[in-house]
Each structure stands twice: as structure tokens, then as C-alpha cells.
Design a protein around this ligand. Sequence first.
Ligand SMILES: NC(=O)c1ccc[n+]([C@@H]2O[C@H](COP(=O)([O-])OP(=O)(O)OC[C@H]3O[C@@H](n4cnc5c(N)ncnc54)[C@H](OP(=O)(O)O)[C@@H]3O)[C@@H](O)[C@H]2O)c1
Length: 276
Amino acid sequence: MASKVVVVTGSNKGVGFGIVRALCKNFKGDVILTARNPELGASAVKELEKEGLSPKFHQLDINDHESIVKLRDFLQSTYQGLDVLVNNAGIAYKQASTAPIAEQAEVTLKTNYFATLDACEVLYPLLRPHARVSNVSSMVSQFALAKCSDEFKSRFVSKDITMDELTGIMKKFVQSAQKGTHKEEGFSDSCYGMSKIGVTVMSMIQQREMDKKGSQDIVINACCPGYVNTDMTSGKGSLTIDQGAETPAYLALLPPDVKEPRGQFVREKKVAKWSM
Ligand SMILES: NC(=O)c1ccc[n+]([C@@H]2O[C@H](COP(=O)([O-])OP(=O)(O)OC[C@H]3O[C@@H](n4cnc5c(N)ncnc54)[C@H](OP(=O)(O)O)[C@@H]3O)[C@@H](O)[C@H]2O)c1
């Protein structure tokens, strides 16, 4: 039988690197560190090898559909499936950025929502029974939810929102940001926050879809790693990358037939509030 396998996206540095380290220590199977830049990936693998760990490497740029397909084909031919997927890759403009909101909305949503969804759509067919998916969102999704109009809030927390509807709202946000009308249309002003609402709600929808299909104990959750000291936070975060990896890795390693968390948003290993 092929060995079990976990993939962590965007793991050459930061929280993703910490997740790979944690999974190398605690997952019984192969751990694949991925990076869009193979040189950065190779040096991250080397660093972990110096610690006596043995991650494998595969290139992955989630903004490049062909790159996701290549990873899927590699997983299919080498492992005939996938046991754990951690969707960690993400970007954020710095608070001080002077880039226009039109650009920030398009670029941020492209990676954090649309590309993450693309990676899920390509890789989910490989998920085996008892697979676990840990989607790295952010507590900023909760803050952004609070800033949305009641109409959007009620859709984002509803149990009947579909992926098509969510994707339509995410596209609408980008279009309204480009017109400068996003706030009056009921969206939060935070492009990062809107993209992470997308990741949180996407995870909830995916769990419902899996359950509807009768998938065998596949569990999908979204989480916040906490405020972590990485390049994204310009070193200001209060947690180390290993501390930031704890919740995403906990969701990646949930035991068989777990009842909760399932299709939820998790902070500090606990189900967090996702309501109006
Ligand atoms: N740090 C925090 O306090 C915090 C809080 C809440 C949520 N998060 C979330 O945690 C995740 C990791 O953040 P971080 O703080 O570790 O950020 P980071 O240090 O900037 O690392 C981000 C990682 O994602 C990769 N990446 C970006 N775009 C990619 C793409 N298109 N394809 C593949 N990989 C891509 C980066 O690769 P390159 O090296 O090539 O750029 C890097 O490996 C993100 O989803 C972030 O939103 C972080």
C-alpha cells in the first residue's frame, strides 16, 4: 500500500514551514513541503534535514493552474491519493501600502480565495477516506464579517450558501473595490479580511458538500494560526512559527471519526464564533 501523504502549500517559510516541521514530527507518512520557488523550497528542506527531519519537496504555485495539476498528477502516480492538505499559502499587502484598493482587492482575492479554491478543486478528488483539510484563514475574517452589511453577514453565516454564490460575492467585492463603491455596497474595507471570509466560508461549504456526497469521514476546517512573527507581519507577531503551526497542524491530525471541529472556524484549537 502507498504510504500516507500530506501536502502543505506555501511552506518554504513562515507558518507553513512551521506546519511542515510539526507534521514531520507527528504525521505517520510523507510530508511534502511545497514552494512556488524551487530554490527556496530546497533550502527550506535542507534546513529541516539539519534537524533530522525528512520532508519531501514539490513545486507549487497556487496561482498557476498547471502547477497544481502537476502536483495532483505526481500525488496520483506516487501515492494514489492524498491524506492531508494544508492550504496555507497566502499574501497580504502591508498596512502602509500605497497600492490602490482596486489593485489590492484583485491581487489579494486572486491568491487567497480564487487560487486556494482552485487548489481544492484540483486536489480534493484525491482525498482518501479519513482525509483532513486545514485551510489557513485568519481571525481577520471575523473582524471583516462584523464590518459587512447585515445582508452579506446573513449570507456568509447561512447554512445554504453555495460555492457559486460565495464566488459570485467575492467577484462582486473585487468589482466594487475597483469602482470604489465597496463600502456603500456593504463590504468590509479590508481586502485581506474579505479574502479570508472567502476561505472560512469556503471551508464550511466544502464540508457540507463532502457530507452530501457521502464521503467517508473527510473533515475540512478553517483556522487562524494566531498573530505570528513572519514576513507577513513584518516580524511583529507575538507567536513563533512553531506556535502558529499548532492549530493548523492540530486540524491536520484530527483523529478518525471526530465529531467536532468539522466544517468550522477554529482558533487556539477551539471552535470560534462565526455568526452575525
Ligand atoms: N502571520 C500571521 O500572523 C497570520 C495570521 C493569520 C493568518 N495568517 C495566514 O497564515 C498563512 C501563512 O502566513 P505567513 O505569516 O507564514 O506568511 P509569509 O511568511 O508571507 O509566508 C507565506 C507563504 O505563502 C507562499 N505563497 C504566497 N503566494 C503563493 C502562491 N501563489 N503559491 C504558493 N505559495 C505562495 C509564500 O511563498 P514565497 O516565499 O514565494 O512568497 C510563503 O511561503 C497565510 O495564509 C496567512 O494569511 C498569518
